[in-house]
Design a protein around this ligand. Sequence first.
Ligand SMILES: [Zn+2]
Length: 498
Amino acid sequence: MRKFGYILLLFFFGNLANAQTGITFEVQDVLNKEELSEHLRYLASDELQGRRTASPGGQKAAEYIAAQFKAIGLLPAPGMDGYFQHIPFVRVKPAQSGEIELEETRYLVGDNFVQIRGGQAGIQAEAVFVGQGWVDEEQGYNDYEGLDVEGKVVIALPGTPDDTQPFQAFRATKQKREIAREKGALAIVELYRLRMPWRFVKRFLNSDRLEVGKASEYTDDLIHIWLKENEDAQLELKRGDVLPISLSTDGLKVDSTEAVNVVGFIPGADDSLKNEILLLTAHYDHVGVGKQGGGAYTEADSIFNGARDNAIGVVSLIAAAKELMARPPARTVAFVAFTGEEMGLLGSKYYADNPVFPLEQTVYNLNNDGAGYNSTAHYSMIGWGRTNADTLFVEAAKATGLEISKNPAENQNLFERSDNISFAQKGIPAVTFSPGFLEMDQEIMKYYHQVTDNPDTLDYDYLFKFWKAYARAAELLANTPMKLWWTPGDKFEPGNDE
Ligand SMILES: [Zn+2]
């Protein structure tokens, strides 16, 4: 499960008559506690070094999962490199040295300005203030009207005329850069006047980070800077004002790398349902070793093993794959182990933007992720009440003797903090199945993103029930004749305004 931070992020029961699934559950047991526990012990072993995205340990985990998919008999998706969906990542290092002089004030890189895009530069030129630097031809709006910025630096306010929320301002940067480049500008400097504290922005943009993309998209692009003025000495500018600027920077250093999502599937057996895809997902990445982990560590134990977060989820996928392979499902079932979740849900976002199976045919996403458990009598549903599948989840709970903890810790907004959200945002009913917890208490935080999240601290009798419950829920979703959908009025149901 992803930590709070960078993401800026009617209660209807389904018609009970629809809940008749028509399948009888054979008690033929295909799942084995020891075998599933072994998968967990390996995935959360020190050998995998905390499974950080785009690290050798992360790649080892991916290869192990692919080998399990193959051994179980899942098929690789057509047109893929075996079970791998390759994702281009870049490692971005912020500019190390640079300064800007503007109206007799000096600004230093990493302190009161950060570079978002572009390579190194030494510029002495005129700067032109262009308001927000926005152009919308359809609306007849043009901040550049009558201004010549060719060979000059553009100074702009953040955001767009419609929106100056921090998140919107961040999203608008790409388009504003494109506009400035088209007009022939040398660089764009946005004056950071947003409500989010500068120190957060600075800390994020000034750190080594991993993002999805290609190196050239960073270094070959127009130089783009966010500059924080002194609170008591903000520049007073009118659109069209011209002032001298000197700007030097050693630029972003960007290297290409990659990581993979692991994908396999079982074709549906029912002629009328096989074109519908049930997407079962769990992220396999965790946060790595030592300083990377973001939490306390010692010389004796510096590996963030991520047994709970999220080796348990990956083993759930393996359990569901075994179960569904033994009893061919009516719908086609795709299994995806994501990378990049801890970096900002990057693997699932990439999949949602570059789907291996068409999203139009993807009828439901049952994700599996969690921080841990503090009740071995429960499993948790994050998204309870939001889709018409709750009756199936109740049935899966009954089959395993567990109860359901419904939307625990609601104030934590967990629904939007795991990979299910990447699909919910595309309109696909998507929920997260989690180990049993009732609230985010000390027992959870003791392990959450800590080096103590080791496989030898787990209750495998409980986990076996949990894995069976997930496999059972997956089986019920794969076979139910009912049309899987959002609870009417849910904010992610297509056609509803948020
Ligand atoms: Zn996490």
